[in-house]
Design a protein around this ligand. Structure first.
Ligand code: 2IT
Length: 450
């Protein structure tokens, strides 16, 4: 890393060193964009990199809500409007017990470059709360969401900041959040949120978009290696919206997810999660209890291994971690390499620890797809939802799917070209970071200092 990047990193560590995930995300980007910064000495003069790692605006608020027994609870909420240089702030809301300032900042930072990669005009943001949705009734979720939006509504809008879902925030939560926004504003502004229900401005394919996009991206990587998706066996982690989209699209294209996991352990289904019955059962199982995937193994007579992750199995062609950050550590990465897997596609945001990612990338016979590229189809389709809302139109499933596919083909292409331009070969991690960074950097420089 050059002296300028090093000094920015030291500064950020001194000021925010306790925010581990945020520092990890910054280090990955800095390592990758060094050749671009070397080529542009004007960035140092403008201190562009400090501006890029310091969110434009971030706020934190109190959320109080009443449970079904009439007892009051208090949680913290955040929204980080990280970078608005290329469009209105855009990014999800995460409701999870472990959410804190550092997690929101790392996600907002990643989102900025990911959104840039989509090629669409969206800036980067993230938000959430340390609220734990596990075991809450529907009415409790509704009251929590209403209280959350009451605190947030003044600071967002279709041309200001457009939140969406992330872990713990799905269609139901977006519905309650939108209902409260509409009530407070007294205006029909459904472009203020994405991931909405189809009855009030949601986009077809949005729930599946992240998983579908990840598979489209994988297809491009396979094509680069003169290989195809046909018959590929995929191991994933998680069985949320994202992993579910992977299962569905893989099945459509003649591949199969044979391993998936939950907080309780992993399932091995050698036939793959390919039938409608299995795909629908996963939805049902998740709605009932997001903490256990063992019921799938019981129902379909598959192997279940309690407390373990499915990394490093020999009968797998592609690994696609799709659960949460730092899910794959160095020990898992070593098992993955030893298993002979040739494709490692990050799907969750930053699912690989820094040392594990370095280890995987050092094995040149493994293609590593970085999360900010592989999972960009989700927010990409969110941007298509915004476009439909502002046009007051609804696009067909085919139109959205076609645009999603082209977006993923393009993300892979610009990433591969960016790495090539800097003499790095077929390095998708470096390429995605460089391509995402360049557009944000140019936009910030052209708009002057602020
Ligand atoms: O991590 C992500 O890209 C998301 N949670 C989706 C964000 C969005 O605005 O659709």
């Amino acid at each position: 890393m050059n002296a300028y990047l090093q000094s920015v990193l030291e500064d950020i560590k001194e000021r925010h060193g306790h925010q581990k995930e945020f520092i990890q995300a910054v280090e990955e980007v800095f390592t990758c964009v060094e050749p671009v910064v070397d080529k542009h000495p004007e960035y140092e003069n403008a201190d562009l990199l400090t501006r890029m790692v310091d969110p434009e605006r971030m706020f934190s608020f109190r959320i109080t809500w009443m449970d079904d027994n009439g007892k009051w609870h208090t949680n913290r909420g955040w929204r980080c409007q990280f970078n608005g240089a290329i469009g209105p702030y855009k990014g999800g809301l995460r409701f999870q017990k472990n959410v804190n300032t550092g997690i929101i900042k790392f996600l907002g930072f990643e989102q900025t470059f990911k959104n840039s990669l989509t090629g669409l005009p969206i800036g980067g943001a993230k938000g959430g709360s340390d609220f734990d949705p596990a075991g809450k009734s529907d009415a409790e979720i509704m009251r929590f969401c209403q209280s959350y939006m009451t605190a947030l509504y003044r600071y967002i809008g279709p041309d200001i900041d457009v939140p969406a879902g992330d872990m713990g925030v799905g269609g139901r939560e977006i519905g309650y959040l939108f209902g409260q926004y509409r009530r407070l504003k007294g205006k029909w502004e459904n472009g203020v949120l994405t991931g909405k229900g189809l009855s009030y401005g949601g986009s077809l394919i949005r729930p599946e978009a992240t998983g579908y996009g990840a598979i489209y991206y994988l297809c491009e990587v396979l094509k680069h290696n003169n290989d195809t998706i046909e018959g590929k066996r995929i191991a994933t982690s998680g069985y949320g919206n994202v992993a579910w989209g992977i299962m569905k699209k893989a099945a459509q294209l003649g591949a199969k997810v044979t391993y998936f996991s939950g907080p309780d352990g992993y399932v091995y289904d050698p036939d793959g999660v390919t039938t409608d019955e299995k795909l629908n059962y996963i939805l049902e199982m998740r709605a009932k209890d997001p903490m256990h995937c063992k019921p799938y193994a019981d129902k379909f007579g598959c192997k279940f291994v309690a407390g373990e992750k499915a990394w490093g199995e020999a009968d797998v062609d592609v690994c696609m971690p799709a659960a949460t950050q730092n899910d794959v550590n160095l020990e898992c990465a070593k098992k993955i390499v030893a298993s002979g897997v040739k494709y490692y596609m990050e799907v969750a945001n930053m699912p690989t620890t820094a040392d594990a990612l370095e280890y995987l990338r050092s094995h040149k016979d493994i293609a590593v797809g970085p999360s900010k590229a592989v999972n960009a189809g989700g927010v990409g389709v969110s941007a298509l939802e915004m476009a439909q809302n502002s046009e007051r139109l609804v696009w067909t499933e085919d139109m959205v799917d076609e645009q999603l596919k082209n977006m993923m083909i393009n993300i892979h292409k610009v990433s591969a070209e960016a790495a090539e331009e800097y003499g790095l070969g077929y390095d998708l991690v470096a390429g995605a970071n460089i391509a995402g960074f360049k557009k944000v950097a140019e936009a910030m420089m052209e708009q002057g200092c602020f």
